[in-house]
Design a protein around this ligand. Sequence first.
Ligand code: ADE
Ligand code: ZN
Length: 324
Amino acid sequence: MRDFIGGLPKCELHLHIEGTLEPELKFALAERNGIELPYASVEEMRATYRFDSLASFLTVYYDGMRVLLHEPDFYDLAMAYLRKAASQNVRYVEMFFDPQAHTGRGVPFDVVVRGLTRAIGDARRELGIRAQLIMCFLRDFQAEYAMATLVQSLAYREWIVGIGLDSDERGNPPAKFAAVYARARAEGYRLTMHCDVDQENSVEHIRQAIEDIGVDRIDHGSNALEDPKLVAAIKERGLGLTVCPVSNSFVVDGIKGAEIRRMLDEGILVTINSDDPAYMDAYVQENLERTQADLGLTEAEVARFEYNAFAIAWLPEDVKDAYI
Ligand code: ADE
Ligand code: ZN
């Protein structure tokens, strides 16, 4: 089964590029940028990667970004991830990035996007892997700040395929960003957002995302199964759910295997993704292996995840035909 999964052409749709910062690269960038880290070794740093909730994960995640300052830092980050992804036979990635987590530290938007897109271009030429960017807004900041970031992004429109919403969901419902999403749609961006697993008001957040905002897909979203009306809407509209099993096992109890099984049985366009693989120690191959083992899936069922992913990917249909 490991070889079968290894051989599958894969598509990753839920991947935070800042969550691919491995401890070794974090050390190297800290040294290059003259930043002192409070750890003596990679092992010591890894030992601080302890979290049991979204909030405790985010503290570690944002702290790690301090080493990302200049264009080559973002290039090296994305190139390292794309090399790893290509080695797992990932053919196409839609990569989240969090511009506000950088501009808020004084790193220009332009530096972030130039570094990431230079890596995307080189990886396409050198490794044959294709990638696009999804710009996420931090939902624990004001909607006006997200709107200003959206306007700033328009100069880079050709590089960014869509928008997302991430960070701390508590008290930050989709409705808070309705105007931002309306403007993004008008500008031609595709729309997704996180509805993290087992949050306060998860079902209501998913309802808002689907009915009030009109998203094209949902990141995580497994609590939708609690409401038959949402299940019906997801199926009717062909909305994809980008599920992250190993990430789930860090922030809630287990990978949410029963929910993944039910999504497959319902014919929902569920996909398997890695979220923040450097912090969760599992890229897409390991996420697929874990899901297959826990649920006892057949090869055809595992292949369904990748078929679904290419089906909901934000690529022109004629380009997708080459993958499916
Ligand atoms: N930022 C990075 N990973 C995230 C996740 N899984 N949920 C919300 N925000 C995030
Ligand atoms: Zn995520």
